[in-house]
Design a protein around this ligand. Structure first.
Ligand SMILES: Nc1ncnc2c1ncn2[C@@H]1O[C@H](COP(=O)(O)OP(=O)(O)O)[C@@H](O)[C@H]1O
Ligand SMILES: [Mg+2]
Length: 350
C-alpha cells in the first residue's frame, strides 16, 4: 500500500493548540461539522507540500500565540526511511523556517516536489470562472512539482522579469534591456514548451472523464493555451521604456476552457461549470501521478461537488479513478460509507 503522509502534528495552527493525527490508509476522510477544523488540516498538509497555504502566513497562527508549527512524517511508497518536514513560522519576526529531516532548507524550491499535492476546494471553480492568472499559477505549481527544470526556469524567469522591469523604469541603456530581453525570451520559450505539453495531455485525459461528467457538452470543450510567439519582442522596447514594464513573455499567457473560441464561463451552467472544474482537477491529479511516484490529493468539502444527476457519490468515484501511487485526503460533514476510508472524526472542542 502506498502511504505518503503517515503523521501530522500541529502546534498553534489556527484553532489547534496541539494536535497529532496518524494516518494508516491511502484514503483518509476527515469528518466533522462546521468549524471543527477540516479545512485547517488540509491547509496544514498543503504547508508540508508547498511551504505555504492559501492565505498569508500570519493568519495561520493561533489567536494570542506567537508562532505556528506543522510537522509531517512522510514514508516513501517505494520503501526507504521516513522523511520529516517541519514548517515553522515566527509571527513577531515574520520569519518562516522549513526543515527537511531536521536540516534548514535555504529556499522554498528545495521543498517543492518532495510531497506533491493537488487540491480540490472552493477555489477550484476558478478553473472555469476565475481569472486567467489563477489558472496560470495552478499550472505552474503543478509543473513545478513534477519537474525541477521547470521550477528553476520559472524562478529565473520572474527574477529576470523583475530586473528588466526595474531597468525599464530607471535606465536608458538599451543593450542591458536587450540582454534581459534575450534571457526572458529563452525562459518564456522553455516554460511554454512545458505548459503546451501539459495542456495537450490534460485535454486528452479530460476527454474521457467528460464522457461521463459532461456527456452533452464534452466534444466542444477544450482547455486553450493562448500565447504569442514573441519573436518580435525587440519592436516593443520603445513602448516598454515609456510604460516602465514588460509587454510580452510567459507571465502574460492565458489558459481558458473554451468551445468554439468562446470562454466556457460565459455559457456553462453552475452545475456544468462545477463538473468541468472537478474534471480538470482530477485530470491534473492523474497527470501528476504519471510524473511523480506519490501524489496526495486534497479534497475539501466534497459535498460542494456533489451532483445528484451525475455524481451523487464523488468519494467512491475518486476511489475508482485513483492511481495506485496516490493518496486522498478528503473532508466530509458525515462519516463515509465503505471500509476503504480511514475516518478521522474531529470534535468541536479540540
Ligand atoms: N488564527 C486562528 N486562531 C484561532 N482560531 C482560528 C484561527 N483561524 C481560524 N480559526 C477558527 O477555526 C475554525 C475554522 O476552521 P476550519 O478548518 O475552517 O473548519 P471547517 O473546515 O471544519 O469548517 C473557526 O472556528 C475559526 O474561528
Ligand atoms: Mg472547511
Amino acid at each position: 500500500m502506498t502511504v505518503t503522509l503517515r503523521e501530522i502534528q500541529l502546534s498553534n495552527f489556527k484553532k489547534f493548540s496541539n494536535l497529532k493525527i496518524s494516518f494508516n490508509s491511502n484514503a483518509v476522510a476527515i469528518v466533522g461539522g462546521n468549524a471543527t477544523g477540516k479545512t485547517t488540516i488540509l491547509e496544514a498538509i498543503l504547508h508540508l507540500s508547498t511551504g505555504k497555504g492559501s492565505q498569508p502566513a500570519g493568519t495561520y497562527v493561533k489567536k494570542g500565540e506567537g508562532f505556528f508549527r506543522v510537522k509531517g512524517v512522510i514514508i516513501p511508497a517505494t520503501g526507504g526511511p521516513p522523511s520529516e518536514v517541519v514548517v515553522f513560522y515566527d509571527a513577531s519576526k515574520r520569519e518562516k523556517k522549513i526543515l527537511v529531516n531536521k536540516k534548514l532548507i535555504s529556499r522554498l524550491a528545495n521543498l517543492i516536489g518532495l510531497m506533491p499535492t493537488i487540491s480540490l476546494n472552493m477555489h477550484s471553480f476558478q478553473w472555469v470562472w476565475g481569472p486567467v492568472e489563477w489558472r496560470r499559477k495552478q499550472v505552474d505549481l503543478l509543473l513545478a512539482q513534477a519537474n525541477k527544470t521547470y521550477l528553476e526556469t520559472l524562478i529565473k524567469h520572474y527574477r529576470v522579469l523583475e530586473q528588466r522591469n526595474k531597468a525599464l523604469r530607471t535606465t536608458k541603456d538599451k543593450t542591458l534591456l536587450i540582454t534581459y530581453g534575450q534571457l526572458l525570451f529563452e525562459t518564456s520559450s522553455l516554460i511554454r514548451r512545458y505548459r503546451n505539453k501539459l495542456i495537450n495531455d490534460i485535454n486528452e485525459m479530460s476527454s474521457q472523464l467528460l464522457d461521463y461528467l459532461l456527456p452533452h457538452k464534452k466534444h466542444l470543450l477544450n482547455l486553450k493555451y493562448h500565447h504569442h510567439s514573441d519573436e518580435d519582442w525587440e519592436n516593443k522596447l520603445d513602448r516598454e521604456m515609456e510604460l516602465g514594464y514588460t509587454l510580452w513573455g510567459a507571465q502574460r499567457d492565458q489558459i481558458t476552457w473554451e468551445a468554439d473560441g468562446q470562454d466556457a464561463a460565459s455559457f456553462l451552467s453552475r452545475g456544468e461549470g462545477s463538473r468541468l472544474s472537478l474534471t480538470t482537477v482530477i485530470a491534473l491529479w492523474l497527470w501528476l501521478s504519471q510524473h511523480k511516484k506519490e501524489v496526495t490529493f486534497l479534497v475539501d468539502d466534497w459535498e460542494a461537488f456533489q451532483d445528484k444527476k451525475y455524481l451523487n457519490a464523488v468519494p467512491s468515484f475518486l476511489l475508482e479513478v485513483k492511481p495506485h501511487n496516490s493518496s486522498i485526503f478528503l473532508t466530509s460533514w458525515n462519516i463515509l460509507k465503505g471500509s476503504h476510508w480511514q475516518q478521522v472524526v474531529l470534535k468541536q472542542k479540540h
